[in-house]
Design a protein around this ligand. Structure first.
Ligand code: C2E
Ligand code: CA
Length: 404
């Protein structure tokens, strides 16, 4: 397991924002040994212990990338190289040819701003052990066991409250599926969603989660509680046009309002053809379901999708929320996400609010909604009424306290 992660990576870019972003992306992919340099000169000084891979910006003021490559050749650098640049395709191709002519292993080039899936794909191709690591968890359960678990009702819905930042009122919950495994105990979605997606079980799984969520919503509606329920969808669910009819039918049967159902989409894998998913989303939106786009900022959710689909809600990834008040890089990405939400008329939801600092920061930023361990952890539906009652009491207490 430690082989790909013992790899030493050097990043050279004069733009310190890009440098930090890349560092964060690499850390997110599990690479710990990353050194960063804001100039070719500084990087060359550090070459005494050569890295296994260099991510190199082409355009740098004092020593540009091409010159840097020449120095690498002179020093007999034996590692690999990835070029990073905002230059156009032809320029990148020309430089690539040049680098290869020097017999340096060039993995390829990445356009700025670097998208996480592209970076991950490039590194996975180079460090093949990386891909199994990401799949490792999900590979622990085989298809037939999962199929039986779905059929046998072993999947259970947990719900995490979402609250308004301005006045702390509860606005709804997000449904997060768990597998109540007879032997292994509570199994988290990261360990089986992939298996479901890769083996045609994701539709069945989503239907099961959706039915549970709608039952909860129906119960609330009967008692006059006006809250919404969010359900996570896989891109695979959106690949089937029949999915729209299924969801619409279930909502009609449960007698609940589509406007109280939030459908959260995260583009966890790259889809070659987005036409059907976009059509499915547009039809769901026409039927008045609320659409939410998740993990914004991680590079998975592309801006093109935002332009094409009228999403109601934009979820800001917890990686850019927790500690954003103390970290300028996170803060910059958080701000950009908030601005995007404002400009496109979407509600911004901050995920991963873990402490008082995060919460105070969101209040100062006028973020709309928040969820995270600081507010509540995901819980079984049976625990929700108590939690809501306690939260309301605390909230009202705080209000009276501040009025006094
Ligand atoms: P997600 O949609 O981004 O969900 C948020 C994840 O962050 C959840 O993990 C939640 O438990 C966790 N979380 C919430 N607050 C905090 C916090 O303050 N700090 C930290 N560190 N984590 C927090 P979980 O439940 O393990 O779910 C992981 C992912 O699995 C979800 O990410 C979602 O993409 C997927 N997933 C969950 N349920 C479903 C489902 O029914 N269908 C599909 N397709 N995917 C699902
Ligand atoms: Ca989600």
């Amino acid at each position: 397991m430690n082989s790909p992660f013992a790899i030493r990576i050097m990043v050279v870019d004069d733009d310190s924002f890009m440098l930090k972003l890349l560092g964060r992306q690499l850390a997110g992919l599990g690479f710990a040994g990353v050194s960063m340099h804001t100039s070719g000169r500084a990087a060359l000084d550090a070459l005494a212990s050569p890295p296994d891979l260099i991510l190199l910006d082409l355009k740098m003021p004092e020593m540009d990338g091409i010159e840097f490559v020449r120095h690498l050749v002179e020093r007999g650098y034996g590692g690999s190289l990835v070029l990073i640049s905002g230059e156009d395709e032809r320029m990148l191709q020309a430089v690539s040819t040049l680098v290869r002519a020097h017999s340096i292993t060039l993995l390829g080039y990445l356009h700025k701003p670097v998208q996480l899936p592209a970076l991950a794909a490039m590194l996975a191709q180079w460090a093949p052990a990386l891909a199994p690591r990401r799949r490792e968890l999900s590979a622990s359960y085989d298809v037939s066991t999962l199929r039986a678990a779905i059929a046998g009702g072993e999947l259970v819905n947990y719900y995490q409250p979402k609250v308004a930042v301005s006045d702390s009122r509860v606005v709804g919950v997000e449904t997060l599926v768990r597998w109540q495994h007879p032997v292994d105990g509570l199994v988290f979605p990261d360990q089986f969603i992939g298996v479901a997606e890769e083996n045609g079980l994701i539709d069945e799984m989503t239907r099961c989660v959706l039915r549970g969520a709608l039952a909860l919503l129906q119960g609330w509606q009967d008692t006059g509680l006006n809250l919404h329920v969010a359900v996570n969808l896989s891109m695979y669910n959106l690949a089937a046009p029949a999915f729209v009819d299924y969801v619409a039918e279930q909502v009609a049967q449960a007698g609940v309002l589509p406007g109280n159902v939030v459908l959260e989409v995260t583009e966890s894998r790259l889809m070659a053809d987005l036409r059907i998913p976009l059509e499915v989303l547009a039809r769901l939106r026409l039927k008045r379901f609320r659409l939410s786009i998740g993990d914004f900022g991680t590079g998975h959710s592309s801006l093109a999708q935002l332009r094409d689909i009228p999403f109601d809600e934009l979820k800001i990834d917890r990686g850019f929320v927790h500690r954003a008040s103390r970290d300028a890089t996170l803060r910059a990405i958080f701000d950009a996400s908030m601005n995007m939400a404002r400009q496109l008329g979407m509600e911004a939801v901050a995920e991963g609010v873990e402490d008082q600092d995060d919460w105070d920061f969101l209040r100062s930023q006028r973020c709309h909604l928040a969820q995270g361990y600081f507010i509540a952890k995901p819980m079984p539906s049976a625990d929700l009424p108590d939690w809501i009652a306690r939260w309301q009491a605390k909230r009202l207490g705080a209000k009276e306290g501040s009025a006094a």
